[in-house]
Design a protein around this ligand. Structure first.
Ligand SMILES: [Zn+2]
Length: 175
């Protein structure tokens, strides 16, 4: 049970030291970040974000899945975010240069019928391009939405631009 006990104890210290602050629910920078669940990415410190600045949506591979769009619908329409940065990274667990990862995952899962859209990729830059394209074509996007895509190098921590920041045209009401 040790990993659980350690997080609860650390939380008690965090609160006792006065590190927590009560903040508004709407992110102050009107920004959402979609990035990977990878344990080497510090989405706050490495991007200069403070608590309350941005929504941080973390998925395997930083992929814009249906559930990420669910979260972004709430984030943009109800909570005021207007910019989405997709941040993939090097050396990702979903990196699949030889196209065997999905088969390996399926055999690890055994007989369970759970077969998600894994989103494995051979080049993290292409995955980020695909996901930014998905956001640009997202029919439920708000009228004002800026999208940008990056790959973070987990060796040196540097962010590399893959999709230049651009405003997406508003959805056509006739669509
Ligand atoms: Zn990853």
């Amino acid at each position: 049970m040790e990993p659980f006990e350690r997080i609860v104890e650390a939380n008690q210290r965090y609160v006792a030291e006065g590190s927590h602050r009560s903040l508004p629910v709407r992110p102050s920078r009107a920004l959402a970040i979609v990035t990977c669940m990878d344990s080497r990415i510090d989405a706050f410190t490495s991007l200069g974000l403070e608590l309350g600045d941005a929504h941080v949506l973390r998925t395997a591979g930083a992929r814009v899945t249906g559930d990420v769009l669910r979260s972004l619908a709430l984030s943009t329409h109800a909570l005021g975010t207007r910019r989405v940065a997709v941040i993939g990274h090097t050396n990702c667990g979903l990196h699949d240069p030889d196209g065997t990862l999905v088969d390996r995952l399926s055999s690890l899962l055994g007989r369970t019928p759970f077969q998600p859209e894994w989103g494995a990729f051979s080049d993290p830059r292409n995955a980020v391009r695909e996901d930014c394209a998905r956001l640009r074509q997202w029919p439920d996007r708000p009228a004002e939405l800026g999208v940008a895509g990056y790959v973070l190098d987990v060796e040196d921590g540097l962010l590399h631009e893959v999709v230049a920041p651009a405003m997406v045209p508003a959805p056509d009401p006739m669509d």
